[in-house]
Structure formats: C-alpha cells, structure tokens
Design a protein around this ligand. Structure first.
Ligand code: CP
Ligand code: NVA
Length: 309
C-alpha cells in the first residue's frame, strides 16, 4: 500500500508510472454516460472522502473516477463524525481504516495529514492542506506533457502569491527537472522552509523575478491562483493594489512565447489574479486541467492500492 501525501516523497519512477497509467485510463475512455463503468480494477473498493474545506473539482473527480473503476465512494462530512469533537485523529484514522480501503482527506494543517496517515492502515491521499496540493500539481504536469511534451528543462512562471499549489510545484520541479520563477511581491514569495526542502545542487531550479515582463518572456507555462486561499485572511487595500501589477492579462501574455500555456487550479477570482479575457484565451487550459483531475486521480488511487496497470 502507498500513501500519496507529497510529491517530493515519491520517486520519479513511481510518479511516471502514475502519469503513464493516467494516459492509458484517459485513452481507454469510450463515449457514454460519465458514470459508466470502464474497468473493474477497483471492484469492491470503498473510498472515503473527508473534506474539512469546500471542494468542487477534487471531490467530484475522485467520486466519478472511482465509480468508473467499479469502486464505491463514501462521503464523510466533518459535522457528522467525532473527529476534533472528542475523538483523536489517531483513533479516527484507525476506525475509518476498518471500513474503508483508501481515503482522500482535505485538511487545514499539514501535520494533521501526517498524523492521520501514520495511524491509518489504509492508503491516505492528500486532497489539499494549507501547505500542499499534490493531486493538482501532478495533474498540471500531466496536462502540460499531454499538450507540449516533456516538462523537463521547461520554465514555469508562478505569478502572485506563493501558496500550497506553488509548494507542490516546488516539490515536483526537482524531480521533473523544470525551473520555477516566482513573480510577485517580496512579501508573498515562497517560504524558506519550502525552498530548503529541495535537495542540494538543485538550487538552479528556482528564481525570483520581480518584473512581470521579464518573467513572462521566459515562461513555457504561466500559473497563478487566487491571491487569498481558503485558509488565508483577506488582503488589505495596499497588498491588493501591489498584486494588481502581477495580474495575468492578455497584454502581458502577448509579450511571452507563442506556445506558452496558462493554468489556474480554480476556483478563480476573475478581475483579480486573471482577467476574464485571459481566462477564455486559447492559451488558457484551465478546463483541460480540471478534466484531467479525474484521469490522473484514478491512476493515483490505483497506484496507492497497487492496482496500477
Ligand atoms: N483545484 C481544486 O482543487 O479545486 P476544488 O477546491 O474545487 O477541489
Ligand atoms: N490555493 C487554493 C487552492 C484551491 C484549490 C486554496 O488553498 O484555497
């Protein structure tokens, strides 16, 4: 059994086997109802979903994907179990392991994810914490490679505020050999503790560029996210004003490479980190990213349960 907690803890060979399986799973889809069973790999599997924060994409893509492979999904609402209201993470993880075969959890604190995984006897998948979002980032790599080929030696420019999604990109960059340029206000740059996690000798894979035009010219992939994540406090007027300089808009992207792609994990705040025009631009692949969540996460789940093909 494998946990899928953070990309930097999984070998490149294993990650590549997940990406390859996701391609196979996507290619083998035939037209028909979205809930149609496509494969029996997860027959008899009970997948639990426990989300302490809202989710549209992660939850639905895991639900649909699991059903397509013959498995069942049990949604566990935070307000209907005893966790944090008289029952510990350790006991909850042990009890849920008695009835489920795998679980996707979306928590606030990263340390709670590890506490849960260390006590569980089933595979645990990180569905996002305040500090990471590995399912999203592996999907983004899948989407980039599907459209533009190998991501190795490419440059990803992250605009705006460093957050959980960027952290997972940083985890992935040293494995997959791509460079990340952060372009945003100094105050919102990635934390030292995340950069320090990267293996020695891999420092060249990260740079800071405060000029959006210089940054965009280097980008093979432009990425941004909401400036305020679900766990963040609202921004003050001064920060908002400063961040507007890093908005992704057509004028900026037109200064970049012809083949550049734009990604956003969604949900988006149009008019802030990205304009509506750029969101709908042909270089924007936000809906491809969202659709690929399902294909990639089917492969993650199969890898966790040693059912990869
Ligand atoms: N991108 C993403 O994880 O979306 P949800 O919060 O809707 O799951
Ligand atoms: N950074 C965002 C990602 C949402 C999918 C958040 O944590 O709210």
């Amino acid at each position: 059994m494998n946990n899928f907690l953070n990309i930097n803890e999984i070998t490149l060979t294993e990650l590549e086997s997940i990406l390859e399986d996701a391609h196979r799973l996507k290619k083998s889809l035939e037209p028909g109802f979205k809930g149609l069973r496509r494969d029996n790999r997860l027959e008899g599997c009970n997948l639990g979903l426990y989300f302490q924060k809202p989710s549209t994409r992660t939850r639905l893509s895991f639900e649909t994907g699991t059903m397509q492979l013959g498995g069942k999904v049990i949604n566990i609402r935070p307000d209907e179990i005893h966790l944090n209201e008289g029952e510990s993470i350790e006991d909850t993880a042990k009890i849920l392991s008695l009835f489920l075969d795998a679980i996707v959890i979306r928590l606030f604190k990263e340390e709670h994810l590890y506490e849960f995984a260390n006590s569980a006897n089933i595979p645990v998948i990180n569905g996002l914490t305040n500090d990471s979002h590995p399912c999203q980032v592996l999907t983004d790599i899948f989407t980039f490679q599907e459209l533009r080929g190998n991501i190795s030696e490419k440059t990803v420019v992250w605009f705006g505020v460093a957050n959980n999604v960027l952290n997972s990109f940083l985890h992935a960059s040293t494995h997959f050999n791509f460079k990340i340029i952060f372009c945003g206000p100094e105050k919102f740059k990635p934390q030292k503790k995340v950069l320090d996690l990267r293996p020695r000798g891999k420092e060249r894979f990260f740079e800071i560029e405060s000029d959006p035009i210089k940054a965009v010219k280097q980008a093979d992939l432009i990425v941004t996210d909401k400036w305020v994540s679900m766990h963040d406090k609202p921004l003050n007027e001064k920060d908002l004003e400063e961040l507007m300089r890093f908005q992704i808009n057509k004028t900026l992207v037109d200064k970049g490479k012809k083949e550049v792609l734009f990604m956003h994990c969604l949900p988006a705040s149009k008019g802030l980190e990205v304009t509506d025009e750029m969101f709908k631009d042909k270089r924007s692949v936000v809906f491809e990213e969202a659709e690929n969540r399902m294909h990639l996460q089917k492969a993650i789940l199969c890898w966790c349960l040693k059912k990869i093909s």
